[in-house]
Design a protein. Structure first.
Length: 459
Protein backbone atom coordinates (compact mmCIF):
# COMPACT_ATOMS: atom_id res chain seq x y z
CA UNK A 1 0.00 0.00 0.00
CA UNK A 2 2.88 2.34 0.74
CA UNK A 3 4.08 1.84 -2.82
CA UNK A 4 0.67 2.86 -4.10
CA UNK A 5 1.00 6.05 -2.12
CA UNK A 6 4.49 6.68 -3.46
CA UNK A 7 3.27 6.60 -7.03
CA UNK A 8 0.28 8.72 -6.14
CA UNK A 9 2.67 11.38 -4.88
CA UNK A 10 4.58 11.24 -8.14
CA UNK A 11 1.44 11.70 -10.20
CA UNK A 12 0.34 14.55 -7.96
CA UNK A 13 3.72 16.22 -8.46
CA UNK A 14 3.51 15.84 -12.24
CA UNK A 15 -0.05 17.12 -12.16
CA UNK A 16 1.06 20.27 -10.38
CA UNK A 17 3.25 21.12 -13.36
CA UNK A 18 0.16 21.47 -15.52
CA UNK A 19 -2.34 22.58 -12.91
CA UNK A 20 -2.31 26.15 -14.22
CA UNK A 21 -3.11 25.25 -17.82
CA UNK A 22 -6.56 26.54 -18.69
CA UNK A 23 -7.72 26.92 -15.08
CA UNK A 24 -10.29 29.60 -14.31
CA UNK A 25 -12.91 30.22 -11.64
CA UNK A 26 -16.07 28.15 -11.82
CA UNK A 27 -17.87 31.11 -13.37
CA UNK A 28 -15.62 32.71 -15.94
CA UNK A 29 -15.37 36.46 -16.12
CA UNK A 30 -16.40 37.70 -19.55
CA UNK A 31 -13.50 39.58 -21.09
CA UNK A 32 -12.85 41.53 -24.28
CA UNK A 33 -10.27 40.80 -26.93
CA UNK A 34 -7.60 43.51 -26.43
CA UNK A 35 -7.21 46.26 -29.01
CA UNK A 36 -4.01 47.68 -30.45
CA UNK A 37 -4.20 51.11 -32.03
CA UNK A 38 -1.18 52.05 -34.15
CA UNK A 39 -0.66 55.50 -35.64
CA UNK A 40 2.45 55.92 -37.76
CA UNK A 41 4.43 59.15 -37.73
CA UNK A 42 3.72 59.78 -41.42
CA UNK A 43 0.15 58.51 -41.39
CA UNK A 44 1.18 55.92 -43.96
CA UNK A 45 1.46 52.17 -43.52
CA UNK A 46 4.90 50.52 -43.38
CA UNK A 47 5.83 49.07 -46.74
CA UNK A 48 8.07 46.43 -48.30
CA UNK A 49 9.20 45.15 -51.66
CA UNK A 50 8.98 41.54 -52.82
CA UNK A 51 11.67 39.34 -54.28
CA UNK A 52 11.17 36.04 -56.06
CA UNK A 53 13.46 33.04 -55.52
CA UNK A 54 16.01 31.69 -57.96
CA UNK A 55 15.06 28.68 -60.04
CA UNK A 56 14.59 25.57 -57.92
CA UNK A 57 13.66 27.46 -54.76
CA UNK A 58 10.30 28.30 -53.25
CA UNK A 59 8.50 31.16 -51.58
CA UNK A 60 8.56 34.93 -51.90
CA UNK A 61 10.86 37.08 -49.78
CA UNK A 62 10.59 40.68 -48.67
CA UNK A 63 13.14 43.50 -48.69
CA UNK A 64 13.12 47.19 -47.79
CA UNK A 65 10.72 46.46 -44.94
CA UNK A 66 12.10 49.25 -42.79
CA UNK A 67 10.72 50.21 -39.42
CA UNK A 68 8.62 53.36 -39.22
CA UNK A 69 8.06 55.35 -36.03
CA UNK A 70 4.59 55.02 -34.56
CA UNK A 71 2.48 55.53 -31.46
CA UNK A 72 1.08 52.34 -29.95
CA UNK A 73 -1.95 52.22 -27.71
CA UNK A 74 -2.96 48.93 -26.07
CA UNK A 75 -6.44 48.51 -24.57
CA UNK A 76 -6.48 45.39 -22.40
CA UNK A 77 -9.11 42.70 -21.88
CA UNK A 78 -10.88 44.84 -19.28
CA UNK A 79 -10.95 47.84 -21.61
CA UNK A 80 -8.24 49.69 -19.75
CA UNK A 81 -5.43 51.49 -21.57
CA UNK A 82 -2.18 50.03 -20.21
CA UNK A 83 0.23 51.08 -22.98
CA UNK A 84 0.46 54.40 -24.78
CA UNK A 85 3.93 55.13 -26.09
CA UNK A 86 6.20 55.53 -29.08
CA UNK A 87 7.55 52.44 -30.85
CA UNK A 88 8.47 51.22 -34.33
CA UNK A 89 6.56 48.96 -36.71
CA UNK A 90 7.39 47.13 -39.93
CA UNK A 91 5.97 44.49 -42.26
CA UNK A 92 7.34 41.03 -41.47
CA UNK A 93 7.07 37.53 -42.89
CA UNK A 94 7.74 36.21 -46.37
CA UNK A 95 4.98 34.85 -48.57
CA UNK A 96 2.44 35.84 -45.89
CA UNK A 97 3.32 39.49 -46.51
CA UNK A 98 1.97 39.29 -50.07
CA UNK A 99 -1.64 39.12 -48.86
CA UNK A 100 -3.77 42.22 -48.22
CA UNK A 101 -3.95 41.45 -44.50
CA UNK A 102 -0.29 41.76 -43.62
CA UNK A 103 1.70 40.57 -40.60
CA UNK A 104 3.71 43.16 -38.65
CA UNK A 105 6.50 43.44 -36.10
CA UNK A 106 6.33 46.07 -33.33
CA UNK A 107 9.54 47.04 -31.56
CA UNK A 108 9.49 48.97 -28.28
CA UNK A 109 12.47 50.80 -26.80
CA UNK A 110 12.42 48.51 -23.76
CA UNK A 111 10.81 45.24 -22.72
CA UNK A 112 7.04 45.48 -22.75
CA UNK A 113 4.72 43.12 -20.93
CA UNK A 114 0.97 43.00 -21.33
CA UNK A 115 -1.99 41.69 -19.33
CA UNK A 116 -1.47 38.16 -20.69
CA UNK A 117 2.24 38.01 -19.80
CA UNK A 118 3.73 36.16 -16.85
CA UNK A 119 6.98 38.13 -17.03
CA UNK A 120 8.28 41.51 -18.20
CA UNK A 121 7.71 40.57 -21.82
CA UNK A 122 10.03 41.49 -24.66
CA UNK A 123 10.91 44.43 -26.90
CA UNK A 124 9.66 42.78 -30.08
CA UNK A 125 6.09 41.61 -30.63
CA UNK A 126 4.75 40.00 -33.78
CA UNK A 127 1.25 40.53 -35.11
CA UNK A 128 0.33 37.35 -37.01
CA UNK A 129 -2.70 37.27 -39.29
CA UNK A 130 -3.91 33.96 -37.80
CA UNK A 131 -6.41 35.56 -35.42
CA UNK A 132 -9.54 34.39 -37.24
CA UNK A 133 -9.40 30.79 -36.00
CA UNK A 134 -8.38 28.82 -32.89
CA UNK A 135 -5.44 26.94 -34.40
CA UNK A 136 -2.79 29.10 -32.75
CA UNK A 137 -4.37 28.77 -29.30
CA UNK A 138 -4.77 24.99 -29.55
CA UNK A 139 -1.41 24.26 -31.17
CA UNK A 140 0.64 26.46 -28.87
CA UNK A 141 -1.04 24.92 -25.83
CA UNK A 142 -0.62 21.33 -26.99
CA UNK A 143 3.09 21.88 -27.64
CA UNK A 144 3.53 22.86 -23.98
CA UNK A 145 1.58 19.81 -22.84
CA UNK A 146 3.67 17.53 -25.05
CA UNK A 147 6.82 18.66 -23.26
CA UNK A 148 8.27 21.22 -25.70
CA UNK A 149 10.54 23.26 -23.45
CA UNK A 150 9.23 26.72 -24.31
CA UNK A 151 6.39 28.22 -26.32
CA UNK A 152 5.73 31.95 -26.75
CA UNK A 153 3.21 34.04 -24.85
CA UNK A 154 0.36 35.32 -27.00
CA UNK A 155 -3.10 36.81 -27.13
CA UNK A 156 -5.76 37.40 -29.76
CA UNK A 157 -6.09 41.14 -30.47
CA UNK A 158 -7.90 43.57 -32.74
CA UNK A 159 -5.61 45.84 -34.75
CA UNK A 160 -6.37 49.34 -35.95
CA UNK A 161 -3.74 51.20 -37.97
CA UNK A 162 -4.01 54.88 -38.82
CA UNK A 163 -7.70 54.77 -37.96
CA UNK A 164 -8.44 51.79 -40.20
CA UNK A 165 -9.52 48.48 -38.66
CA UNK A 166 -7.23 45.69 -39.90
CA UNK A 167 -8.76 42.63 -38.32
CA UNK A 168 -8.16 40.03 -35.62
CA UNK A 169 -4.51 39.12 -35.12
CA UNK A 170 -2.45 36.96 -32.80
CA UNK A 171 0.02 39.08 -30.83
CA UNK A 172 2.97 36.85 -29.95
CA UNK A 173 6.50 37.15 -28.65
CA UNK A 174 9.02 37.44 -31.49
CA UNK A 175 11.30 34.51 -32.30
CA UNK A 176 14.22 36.48 -30.85
CA UNK A 177 12.94 35.70 -27.35
CA UNK A 178 13.56 31.98 -27.84
CA UNK A 179 17.25 32.45 -27.13
CA UNK A 180 16.62 34.22 -23.81
CA UNK A 181 13.89 31.87 -22.65
CA UNK A 182 15.86 28.74 -23.53
CA UNK A 183 19.01 29.96 -21.74
CA UNK A 184 21.25 29.65 -24.80
CA UNK A 185 24.65 31.13 -23.98
CA UNK A 186 27.42 32.52 -26.19
CA UNK A 187 28.85 29.05 -26.81
CA UNK A 188 25.50 27.68 -27.97
CA UNK A 189 23.43 28.30 -31.06
CA UNK A 190 19.95 28.22 -32.55
CA UNK A 191 19.48 27.46 -36.24
CA UNK A 192 16.50 27.04 -38.52
CA UNK A 193 16.06 24.54 -41.34
CA UNK A 194 15.05 27.39 -43.60
CA UNK A 195 13.24 27.21 -46.97
CA UNK A 196 13.92 30.93 -47.36
CA UNK A 197 17.67 30.54 -46.91
CA UNK A 198 18.10 31.67 -50.51
CA UNK A 199 17.14 35.10 -49.21
CA UNK A 200 19.78 35.13 -46.43
CA UNK A 201 23.45 36.09 -46.65
CA UNK A 202 24.65 33.70 -43.92
CA UNK A 203 23.70 30.05 -44.25
CA UNK A 204 25.17 26.57 -44.52
CA UNK A 205 24.27 23.10 -45.77
CA UNK A 206 25.18 19.64 -44.55
CA UNK A 207 25.28 16.11 -45.89
CA UNK A 208 21.62 15.81 -44.81
CA UNK A 209 20.14 19.21 -45.66
CA UNK A 210 20.77 20.75 -49.05
CA UNK A 211 19.14 21.58 -52.34
CA UNK A 212 16.46 24.17 -51.70
CA UNK A 213 17.01 24.06 -47.93
CA UNK A 214 19.82 25.35 -45.75
CA UNK A 215 20.41 26.25 -42.12
CA UNK A 216 20.23 29.89 -41.06
CA UNK A 217 21.13 31.36 -37.68
CA UNK A 218 18.81 32.75 -35.02
CA UNK A 219 21.70 32.86 -32.55
CA UNK A 220 24.40 34.14 -32.47
CA UNK A 221 23.38 37.39 -34.16
CA UNK A 222 24.94 38.24 -37.52
CA UNK A 223 27.65 40.50 -36.10
CA UNK A 224 28.91 37.61 -33.95
CA UNK A 225 28.90 35.06 -36.76
CA UNK A 226 32.54 34.68 -37.68
CA UNK A 227 33.67 32.18 -40.30
CA UNK A 228 34.91 30.00 -37.44
CA UNK A 229 31.49 29.96 -35.73
CA UNK A 230 29.72 29.11 -38.97
CA UNK A 231 32.20 26.36 -39.88
CA UNK A 232 32.15 24.83 -36.40
CA UNK A 233 28.34 24.77 -36.35
CA UNK A 234 28.29 23.15 -39.77
CA UNK A 235 30.79 20.50 -38.66
CA UNK A 236 28.78 19.86 -35.51
CA UNK A 237 25.56 19.32 -37.51
CA UNK A 238 27.36 17.01 -39.94
CA UNK A 239 28.59 15.03 -36.94
CA UNK A 240 25.06 14.86 -35.54
CA UNK A 241 23.80 13.60 -38.88
CA UNK A 242 26.44 10.90 -39.11
CA UNK A 243 25.73 9.76 -35.55
CA UNK A 244 21.96 9.56 -36.10
CA UNK A 245 22.33 7.72 -39.39
CA UNK A 246 25.11 5.31 -38.49
CA UNK A 247 24.76 4.64 -34.75
CA UNK A 248 22.14 2.37 -33.25
CA UNK A 249 22.26 3.84 -29.73
CA UNK A 250 25.02 6.47 -29.58
CA UNK A 251 22.62 8.98 -31.10
CA UNK A 252 21.19 9.48 -27.60
CA UNK A 253 24.54 10.86 -26.48
CA UNK A 254 24.34 13.47 -29.23
CA UNK A 255 20.71 14.60 -29.18
CA UNK A 256 18.18 15.15 -26.43
CA UNK A 257 15.91 12.33 -27.56
CA UNK A 258 13.08 13.41 -25.27
CA UNK A 259 13.15 16.87 -26.83
CA UNK A 260 12.91 15.35 -30.32
CA UNK A 261 10.13 12.98 -29.24
CA UNK A 262 8.13 15.80 -27.62
CA UNK A 263 8.48 17.89 -30.76
CA UNK A 264 7.32 15.05 -33.02
CA UNK A 265 4.43 14.27 -30.67
CA UNK A 266 3.28 17.90 -30.79
CA UNK A 267 3.54 17.90 -34.58
CA UNK A 268 1.62 14.64 -34.79
CA UNK A 269 -1.21 16.19 -32.80
CA UNK A 270 -1.12 19.45 -34.77
CA UNK A 271 -1.47 17.65 -38.12
CA UNK A 272 0.18 20.34 -40.20
CA UNK A 273 0.44 19.67 -43.93
CA UNK A 274 3.44 22.00 -44.03
CA UNK A 275 6.94 20.65 -44.56
CA UNK A 276 9.37 23.31 -45.66
CA UNK A 277 7.44 26.07 -43.95
CA UNK A 278 7.03 24.22 -40.66
CA UNK A 279 9.60 26.39 -38.84
CA UNK A 280 12.06 23.71 -37.77
CA UNK A 281 14.43 25.05 -35.11
CA UNK A 282 17.37 23.26 -33.51
CA UNK A 283 19.33 24.61 -30.57
CA UNK A 284 22.24 23.80 -28.33
CA UNK A 285 22.29 25.65 -25.02
CA UNK A 286 26.05 25.58 -24.68
CA UNK A 287 29.11 23.77 -25.98
CA UNK A 288 28.56 20.87 -23.58
CA UNK A 289 24.85 20.25 -24.11
CA UNK A 290 22.98 17.99 -26.50
CA UNK A 291 21.09 19.14 -29.58
CA UNK A 292 17.43 19.89 -28.91
CA UNK A 293 14.36 20.71 -30.96
CA UNK A 294 13.05 24.26 -30.70
CA UNK A 295 9.49 25.49 -30.23
CA UNK A 296 6.73 24.72 -32.69
CA UNK A 297 5.78 27.86 -34.55
CA UNK A 298 3.50 29.35 -37.21
CA UNK A 299 0.36 27.19 -37.16
CA UNK A 300 -1.38 28.43 -40.31
CA UNK A 301 -1.41 24.97 -41.92
CA UNK A 302 -2.33 22.92 -38.85
CA UNK A 303 -5.34 20.56 -38.75
CA UNK A 304 -5.49 20.29 -42.54
CA UNK A 305 -4.18 16.74 -42.88
CA UNK A 306 -6.06 13.46 -42.51
CA UNK A 307 -6.82 12.21 -38.99
CA UNK A 308 -5.35 8.75 -39.57
CA UNK A 309 -1.82 9.56 -40.78
CA UNK A 310 1.38 10.72 -39.15
CA UNK A 311 2.16 14.40 -39.51
CA UNK A 312 3.92 15.52 -42.67
CA UNK A 313 7.24 16.05 -40.87
CA UNK A 314 6.96 12.63 -39.19
CA UNK A 315 6.53 10.79 -42.45
CA UNK A 316 9.02 12.93 -44.37
CA UNK A 317 12.54 12.01 -45.38
CA UNK A 318 15.57 14.29 -45.47
CA UNK A 319 14.13 16.89 -43.09
CA UNK A 320 14.12 16.05 -39.35
CA UNK A 321 15.77 12.60 -39.24
CA UNK A 322 12.41 10.90 -38.76
CA UNK A 323 13.27 8.12 -41.23
CA UNK A 324 16.12 7.09 -38.90
CA UNK A 325 14.75 7.89 -35.44
CA UNK A 326 11.47 6.04 -35.87
CA UNK A 327 13.31 2.97 -37.11
CA UNK A 328 14.91 2.64 -33.68
CA UNK A 329 13.05 0.83 -30.91
CA UNK A 330 14.72 3.02 -28.29
CA UNK A 331 13.39 6.23 -29.84
CA UNK A 332 9.93 4.76 -30.34
CA UNK A 333 9.90 3.87 -26.65
CA UNK A 334 10.82 7.45 -25.73
CA UNK A 335 8.07 8.77 -28.03
CA UNK A 336 5.49 6.44 -26.45
CA UNK A 337 6.62 7.41 -22.96
CA UNK A 338 6.15 11.09 -23.82
CA UNK A 339 2.67 10.16 -24.97
CA UNK A 340 2.04 8.25 -21.73
CA UNK A 341 3.02 11.25 -19.63
CA UNK A 342 0.14 13.16 -21.18
CA UNK A 343 -2.22 10.48 -22.37
CA UNK A 344 -5.07 12.67 -21.05
CA UNK A 345 -4.05 15.55 -23.32
CA UNK A 346 -7.48 15.57 -24.96
CA UNK A 347 -9.15 16.42 -21.65
CA UNK A 348 -6.53 19.06 -20.85
CA UNK A 349 -6.87 20.76 -24.22
CA UNK A 350 -10.65 20.63 -23.95
CA UNK A 351 -10.62 22.21 -20.50
CA UNK A 352 -8.10 24.90 -21.44
CA UNK A 353 -9.85 25.90 -24.67
CA UNK A 354 -13.32 25.87 -23.14
CA UNK A 355 -12.15 28.09 -20.29
CA UNK A 356 -10.63 30.55 -22.75
CA UNK A 357 -13.82 30.65 -24.81
CA UNK A 358 -15.95 31.04 -21.66
CA UNK A 359 -14.04 34.26 -21.02
CA UNK A 360 -13.37 35.57 -24.52
CA UNK A 361 -15.85 33.73 -26.76
CA UNK A 362 -18.42 36.50 -27.18
CA UNK A 363 -15.81 39.15 -27.90
CA UNK A 364 -13.85 36.80 -30.16
CA UNK A 365 -16.95 36.04 -32.24
CA UNK A 366 -17.64 39.74 -32.65
CA UNK A 367 -14.03 40.24 -33.74
CA UNK A 368 -14.17 37.37 -36.22
CA UNK A 369 -17.35 38.78 -37.75
CA UNK A 370 -15.78 42.21 -38.06
CA UNK A 371 -12.59 40.72 -39.49
CA UNK A 372 -14.63 38.87 -42.15
CA UNK A 373 -16.44 42.06 -43.10
CA UNK A 374 -13.12 43.91 -43.39
CA UNK A 375 -11.51 41.34 -45.68
CA UNK A 376 -14.52 39.96 -47.54
CA UNK A 377 -14.32 36.47 -46.07
CA UNK A 378 -16.65 34.22 -44.09
CA UNK A 379 -16.32 34.16 -40.31
CA UNK A 380 -16.03 30.88 -38.47
CA UNK A 381 -18.36 30.21 -35.58
CA UNK A 382 -16.27 30.17 -32.39
CA UNK A 383 -18.18 27.38 -30.69
CA UNK A 384 -18.33 25.24 -33.82
CA UNK A 385 -14.60 25.75 -34.41
CA UNK A 386 -13.87 24.74 -30.82
CA UNK A 387 -16.06 21.63 -31.00
CA UNK A 388 -14.46 20.59 -34.29
CA UNK A 389 -10.90 20.91 -32.97
CA UNK A 390 -11.71 19.19 -29.69
CA UNK A 391 -13.29 16.27 -31.54
CA UNK A 392 -10.22 16.11 -33.77
CA UNK A 393 -8.05 15.82 -30.64
CA UNK A 394 -10.22 13.06 -29.22
CA UNK A 395 -9.80 11.05 -32.41
CA UNK A 396 -6.14 11.91 -32.67
CA UNK A 397 -5.50 10.85 -29.08
CA UNK A 398 -7.05 7.46 -29.79
CA UNK A 399 -5.20 7.05 -33.11
CA UNK A 400 -1.74 7.77 -31.67
CA UNK A 401 -2.52 5.47 -28.75
CA UNK A 402 -3.41 2.63 -31.09
CA UNK A 403 -0.42 3.17 -33.40
CA UNK A 404 2.14 3.23 -30.57
CA UNK A 405 0.66 0.82 -28.02
CA UNK A 406 3.45 -1.73 -28.52
CA UNK A 407 6.30 0.80 -28.55
CA UNK A 408 6.87 0.83 -24.80
CA UNK A 409 5.76 -0.79 -21.55
CA UNK A 410 2.29 -1.72 -20.39
CA UNK A 411 1.42 1.01 -17.89
CA UNK A 412 -2.14 -0.18 -17.20
CA UNK A 413 -1.26 -1.81 -13.85
CA UNK A 414 0.66 1.28 -12.84
CA UNK A 415 -2.29 3.56 -13.56
CA UNK A 416 -4.66 1.24 -11.68
CA UNK A 417 -2.37 1.36 -8.65
CA UNK A 418 -2.19 5.14 -8.78
CA UNK A 419 -5.96 5.41 -9.02
CA UNK A 420 -6.37 3.15 -6.00
CA UNK A 421 -3.75 5.11 -4.07
CA UNK A 422 -5.64 8.34 -4.72
CA UNK A 423 -8.30 7.21 -2.27
CA UNK A 424 -5.80 6.84 0.58
CA UNK A 425 -5.13 9.47 3.22
CA UNK A 426 -1.42 10.41 3.43
CA UNK A 427 -1.84 10.94 7.17
CA UNK A 428 -2.27 7.19 7.57
CA UNK A 429 1.39 6.57 6.73
CA UNK A 430 4.08 6.44 9.34
CA UNK A 431 6.89 7.34 6.95
CA UNK A 432 6.22 10.93 6.00
CA UNK A 433 9.73 11.69 4.72
CA UNK A 434 9.66 9.67 1.53
CA UNK A 435 8.59 12.48 -0.81
CA UNK A 436 12.04 13.50 -2.05
CA UNK A 437 12.99 9.90 -2.68
CA UNK A 438 9.76 9.33 -4.58
CA UNK A 439 10.14 12.35 -6.80
CA UNK A 440 13.36 10.83 -8.12
CA UNK A 441 11.47 7.83 -9.48
CA UNK A 442 10.83 8.25 -13.19
CA UNK A 443 8.76 5.36 -14.47
CA UNK A 444 9.00 6.85 -17.97
CA UNK A 445 12.77 6.60 -18.11
CA UNK A 446 13.83 4.56 -21.12
CA UNK A 447 15.88 2.21 -18.91
CA UNK A 448 12.87 1.07 -16.86
CA UNK A 449 11.82 -2.48 -17.72
CA UNK A 450 8.38 -4.05 -17.54
CA UNK A 451 9.51 -6.14 -14.58
CA UNK A 452 10.67 -3.06 -12.69
CA UNK A 453 7.45 -1.21 -13.47
CA UNK A 454 5.35 -4.11 -12.23
CA UNK A 455 7.36 -4.24 -8.99
CA UNK A 456 6.69 -0.56 -8.40
CA UNK A 457 2.96 -1.22 -8.42
CA UNK A 458 3.02 -4.23 -6.13
CA UNK A 459 1.28 -3.81 -2.78
Amino acid sequence: MEKYFRNFLIIMFVGILFSGVGKTDAKAEELSIPTINVVTETGEDPTCDFVTPPSGYAGIGIINNDYVVCDVEYIDSKNEKIVDETAKIKVRGNTSATYPKKPFMIKFDKKKGFDFCTDKGTKKWVLLTLGDNLAFYISNTVAKLCGVEWQPQFQYVNLTMNGDYRGTYVMVEAADTMVKNLDIDDTGFMIECDPYAWHENIKFMTNYIGGALAYTFKHPEDEMLTDEVITNTQKYMIGITNTIINSSEDYMDAIDANSFASWFLAKDYQLSIDLWGSNIYYYRKNSESKLQMGPTWDFDNDYKDEDNVWSAVHRSKGLVYSEYLFNRDSFKKIYRNEYEKNRSIYEKIKESAENYIDSYGTSLQESWNKNADRWGTSALNVKTELESLIEKYRKRNEWIDEQTKNWSLDFSGYYEAVEEASSYNPDDYENGNILQELLDIDVYDISVTQEELDKITEN
